[in-house]
Design a protein around this ligand. Structure first.
Ligand code: GCW
Length: 711
């Protein structure tokens, strides 16, 4: 008996060390369970031959050794000569030393090919590119295929990124608090940098490179001038050194008033010669530490951040001053268009109003970074009218990966469908077919610079993103920035296979959960075009009644405008006329409340409670249906996950299960609180066949969350 316990304990211990905690992300490199597949893979790859020992090529062969080693479940040999079954990797110049067959590579420097060829009667696989980094991307692509149990015996793949800049924006403060972060504190341990190089920094770089991310800002756009001082530049340079082999450039967030704060200047006026000179010197200093520094990301004259308007200058004046400073080194300036001030009658219109007049005035190394929607990363927004409208300025996409308004890190929400909805929207910027995706890819109005940013959801939680499924959003962002045409389903499929299993039924079930998750959340939070009705400040939970902040445009009541007649923000010519900012073909779709896509109805109309909807329902009943539908869908997600308990390892299954339980409670909370509140205006009942709210409105109003995270 004693012996039995001893062995049982031993077994449990070894199981717990084998447990999956999410740290490895989608790079788990596990052996296929299908033995035939495993044998085929083993027969295809005998070892790796690399054409050089550059840091990037070393990273590629290390990754392949690790990846193939795991998947093939055997030690992978590094061969000095090409043999049958070799995986030969090298850039197009150097690979000639290894093989005679001539290999055409994509023109795009980051693009790659993966090809199965016969070389001297030997069957081999080649990964090549015109650059080393392209080879690394190809290596990750092959590993993705192997982890997804794809066929790899007759490969002929060529792939190049759709966008040049594929950036993660960390909103990380120097004290390691992450603004809108829900996954612990910042990864960067500023206190121990530059000397302590946490191996996690390398794993972070691997993960980014595996999905093609090629730039990061490591600090918040609500910037701290101290970032630009010598001690911090040394710390950031240490990170840049770790990231470099993985093709990742560091960008810095620049505080516009830095000359005043760091060097006691009286002004930060961008047209002042001394100020210009200061930035030139600062930039030159940065390049001494980080020779491949990417450039600056700037939030100016927005939410209290200083900027050129403090000196009666324009955003273009500000951006151009910095652009001139980085230009000699090949750097870029990414200038954010997230601006709004309390004077306007509609926050929706402001980015367009401020930036359209500046179209054509920016230097050619400036990109204007525009949030996907006109307000602020709401669960559903129409696309920002700046996409397609700015013709002479590279317009870069800003998505938010972190779930500030999407249930933070307790809600399972797969964001790819939301990203795709925006990317697929037609701006009519140059006739039909001018989708947002084409605009940012520079295919509508010729653009020398292209890019996409994602506000990171990464922190120091063991699984990186707090919610395991948050990893899918990081993954989806990178994959889409590389290939705007990938479908949400395809990306989910890739992620699930690498993260969990290739078991078709499991893949299918998890995919169903993911694919309906965004619409479910929209339904239980902000259906039919509602927006920004979250709790003030922390944005956690419902608070559509909130009306106590100093600025009208910070309060939920400003956004939904519910009254005894109806609900929604009138943006037609009778109201703020924000619709006029879109191309006529677009505004036409939304102009008439009886034909407007109901998904966007309350974005553009103050619709009457009794307006008839397409379903035949009144607006009130339709709203009620959506809120209930959201909870129903959420419960389906929960049950689907529950049914997978035998197919997913206990640790990850429990983790997600507990979060889904929280999500269910919160979905019900959202539904009840919003409906009870809106009912005080509509005076209409929640039909009796629905489960009725179990608490009065006052209860929901009394809830306080002084320590909600991320604030
Ligand atoms: O979404 C809002 C957030 C702020 C953020 C701001 C921005 C970094 O609530 O926390 O500040 O947007 O994008 O600048």
């Amino acid at each position: 008996m004693k012996r039995f316990y001893f062995f049982a304990v031993l077994l449990l211990c070894s199981l717990s060390t084998l447990a999956e905690d999410g740290y490895e992300l989608w790079m788990r490199y596990k052996k296929p369970t299908d033995i035939a597949m495993l044998n085929t893979y083993r027969s295809i790859f005998s070892g790796i031959v690399s054409s050089s020992q550059s840091p990037t090529m070393l990273a590629a062969s290390e990754e392949l050794k690790k990846g193939l080693g795991g998947i093939l479940d055997k030690k992978i040999l590094v061969q000095s000569q090409v043999q049958s079954g070799s995986l030969v990797i090298g850039n197009s110049t150097e690979i000639r030393k290894l093989i005679k067959t001539s290999i055409a590579v994509p023109e795009n420097k980051e693009g790659f090919i993966i090809k199965s060829i016969m070389e001297n009667n030997k069957r081999i696989t080649v990964i090549s590119s015109s650059s080393d980094i392209g080879v690394l991307y190809g290596a990750f692509h092959l590993l993705r295929m192997l982890q997804s149990n794809a066929k790899v015996n007759a490969l002929d793949i060529s792939s190049s990124p759709a966008l040049q800049l594929r950036l993660l924006n960390h909103w990380d403060n120097l004290n390691r608090h992450v603004e809108r972060g829900y996954a612990g504190i910042a990864l960067w341990n500023w206190h121990t940098l530059p000397d302590y190089k946490d191996p996690r920094y390398t794993d972070y770089a691997r993960a980014n490179a595996s999905i093609g991310i090629n730039g990061v800002t490591v600090t918040n756009v609500n910037a701290n001038a101290i970032t630009l001082t010598k001690p911090y530049l040394e710390k950031i340079a240490a990170l840049a050194d770790i990231f470099r082999p993985y093709g990742i450039k560091v960008f810095l967030t620049a505080r516009f008033s830095a000359p005043i704060e760091l060097d006691r200047f009286k002004t930060a006026d961008p047209l002042n010669d001394a100020v210009k000179q200061w930035w030139k010197q600062k930039t030159a200093e940065i390049y001494q530490y980080i020779p491949d520094f990417g450039g600056f990301l700037v939030k100016a004259n927005s939410e209290g951040q200083p900027g050129p308007q403090n000196y009666k200058r324009t955003h273009a004046d500000g951006a151009n001053m910095l652009a001139d400073a980085v230009a000699p080194f090949g750097g870029k300036v990414v200038w954010r268009a997230f601006v709004y001030n309390p004077e306007s009658d509609d926050r929706f219109k402001q980015a367009y109003d401020e930036f359209m007049p500046l179209d054509g005035q920016f230097r050619n190394n400036v990109l204007v970074q525009v949030k996907n929607g006109p307000i602020d990363f709401q669960p559903r927004e129409p696309f920002s009218p700046l996409f397609g409208a700015m013709k002479k300025t590279p317009v870069m996409m800003e998505f938010q990966i972190t779930q500030e308004y999407l249930g933070q890190s307790t809600h399972l929400v797969y964001e790819a469908p939301m990203f795709k909805e925006v990317l697929n929207a037609d701006t009519y910027g140059k006739g039909k077919g001018s989708t947002v995706a084409k605009v940012i890819a520079g295919k509508v109005h010729e653009s020398p610079l292209t890019g996409m940013s994602g506000v990171s959801n990464i922190g120091n939680d063991r699984n990186w993103t707090g919610h395991l499924f948050g990893q899918a959003n990081w993954y989806a962002f990178g994959r889409l920035a590389w290939d705007l045409d990938l479908s949400s389903e395809k990306i989910a499929d890739e992620w699930i296979r690498q993260t969990f299993t290739n078991e078709p039924q499991v893949v299918n079930n998890i995919s169903k959960i993911m694919m309906k998750s965004h619409e479910a959340l929209v339904n239980y939070m902000t259906p039919m075009g509602l927006a920004h009705i979250m709790g003030n400040g922390h944005h956690y939970g419902p608070a559509p009644w909130s009306n106590n902040l100093g600025r009208p445009d910070w309060n939920p009541v400003y956004y939904h405008k519910a009254d005894s007649l109806g609900i929604g923000f009138d943006r037609t010519p009778k109201g703020s006329n924000a619709l006029a900012q879109f191309a006529p073909e677009v505004s036409k779709q939304w102009l008439d409340p009886t034909t407007c896509d109901e998904k966007y109805l309350l974005w553009f109309h103050h619709a009457s409670w009794s307006q008839k909807m397409k379903s035949g329902n009144t607006l009130w009943n339709e709203l009620v249906d959506h809120y209930y539908q959201g909870v129903t869908e959420m419960r389906e997600m929960k049950n689907q996950w529950k049914s997978l308990s035998k197919q997913i390892d206990t640790e990850r299954h429990n983790h997600v299960m507990m979060l889904l339980n929280i999500q269910e409670k919160e979905a019900v909370w959202w539904r009840n609180a919003c409906l009870l509140y809106f009912q005080t205006f509509s005076k209409m009942p929640i039909p009796a066949h629905f489960e009725q709210p179990d608490k009065p409105l006052d209860y929901y109003k009394s809830l306080r969350f002084p320590y909600a995270p991320g604030n």
